[in-house]
Design a protein. Sequence first.
Length: 72
Amino acid sequence: MKKIFKVVNLDCPDCAAKMERNIRKIKGVNEASVNFMGQKITLDVSEAEYDKVVPEVERVLSRVEPSCKLVY
């Protein structure tokens, strides 16, 4: 299942790349793309793991850039 989330307070292209690398490592994530210019994250996640993956994605965002948040 593919989902696109808006991201707020993503201020650094290097941070976006770091987020993308770390999100791809999360179990259940098939593919992830963090678009700095568009301020969005595209996730391809297995439907069974979706509820577990999203909180992990939020943790990755806050570790890399503490003020960065997903918008549902």
